[in-house]
Design a protein around this ligand. Structure first.
Ligand SMILES: Nc1nc2c(ncn2[C@@H]2O[C@H](COP(=O)(O)OP(=O)(O)O)[C@@H](O)[C@H]2O)c(=O)[nH]1
Ligand SMILES: [Mg+2]
Length: 309
């Protein structure tokens, strides 16, 4: 039963990555059949670029294929694929995708969710809340995106649907005040995890970024050591722009991890590799759909396997 469940979970994960897989695993596999020459290598390089793996990784992988071919022109496609998989896993392995969750008697673990508008922050808060609740943890969410009334309502709807507690403030109220209330409530009610949703800030607006610092300071004041995680949500369909966003956020606020959303909607899933390589921040979760269960913890090996095997 569990095995069946795991299998269906993996199938879903794999089918969400189908577009990237078509471009990487399937395309490259087909190019590797037959003789490999300059032209095939160029076509492989192009496919790797199109999948948004980034210059460094593309060059590393093409060099590897070239080396393997020079050493043994008889090599079969699965052997090349295997070598590419290993290279990719090695590139990603220094990053630890595990979330820090405090032991029950030291909680609550405070997780701040940040990012620009429309990237999937509120949805990520809901998905994570469901995930922790399913693990038997006591979860509460804070609606600190007070910028738009609709944002508070959106999180309220999720909280109702998932049967999760929520702390909110009035629209346009100070988000730090909501954070103060949320952390205080999470402590008083002995919650294990508090997830804080924040307003979509343009990473180019300095004052909004400073507001984020105020939110962080508020967390620390009410619960020293918090926030324990600050996760930046990035829309995978935005490519290089997502990387630029992350670089700016990183300047203003320490980020402990990334959530890369909408991987189901893009063939550019190679961004997962590129972004970790450039920023040295782990991708902790990937979004693979709009539903509450469409969030997968990122794990390099299963990611690479889903793309190539
Ligand atoms: N296909 C897909 N859509 C997503 C994913 N995550 C979020 N969305 C959608 O993206 C839109 C914006 O999400 P929202 O959470 O409101 O973004 P926010 O402005 O950052 O809070 C909504 O329509 C979500 O359903 C994902 O992983 N895959
Ligand atoms: Mg939102």
């Amino acid at each position: 039963m569990i095995l069946k469940y795991l299998k269906s979970g993996y199938q879903k994960f794999k089918s969400a990555l189908a577009k990237t897989r078509t471009l990487l695993g399937d395309k490259i596999q087909s190019l590797l059949i037959g003789t490999i020459n300059e032209e095939t290598l160029e076509q492989i390089e192009e496919a790797l670029y199109q999948a948004d793996l980034g210059v460094d990784t593309v060059q590393q992988l093409t060099k590897k294929i070239h080396e393997l071919y020079t050493k043994n022109p008889e090599l079969k496609p699965p052997e090349y694929i295997h070598a590419l998989e290993n290279e990719l896993i090695a590139i990603m392995s220094p990053q630890n995708p595990e979330l820090t969750l405090l032991p029950a008697d030291q909680g609550p673990t405070v997780i701040l969710i940040v990012g620009v508008n429309g990237n999937g922050k509120t949805t990520a808060v809901a998905k994570l809340a469901k995930r922790f609740k399913d693990q038997g943890l006591k979860v509460i969410v804070g609606a600190a995106d007070t910028f738009r009334a609709a944002a508070i309502e959106q999180l309220e709807l999720w909280a109702k649907k998932l049967d999760i507690e929520i702390v909110k403030g009035a629209p346009q109220s100070d988000p730090s005040a909501v954070v103060f209330d949320a952390v205080t409530a999470a402590k008083a009610r002995n919650m294990d995890v508090l997830l804080i949703d924040t307003a979509g800030r343009l990473h180019t607006k300095t004052n909004l970024m400073q507001e984020l610092e105020k939110i962080r300071r508020t967390c620390t004041k009410v619960s020293p050591g918090s926030p324990h995680e600050t996760l930046l949500v990035i829309d995978a369909t935005t490519g290089q722009n997502g990387i630029d966003q992350a670089k700016t956020f990183q300047k203003f606020t320490p980020l402990s991890g990334l959530i890369l959303t909408k991987l189901d909607g893009t063939a550019k899933g190679g961004l997962v590799v590129n972004i970790q390589r450039q920023l040295k921040i782990p991708v902790k979760f990937i979004g693979i759909g709009e539903g509450a269960d469409d969030l997968a913890p990122f794990e390099a090996k299963s990611f690479v396997t889903a793309l190539f095997e």
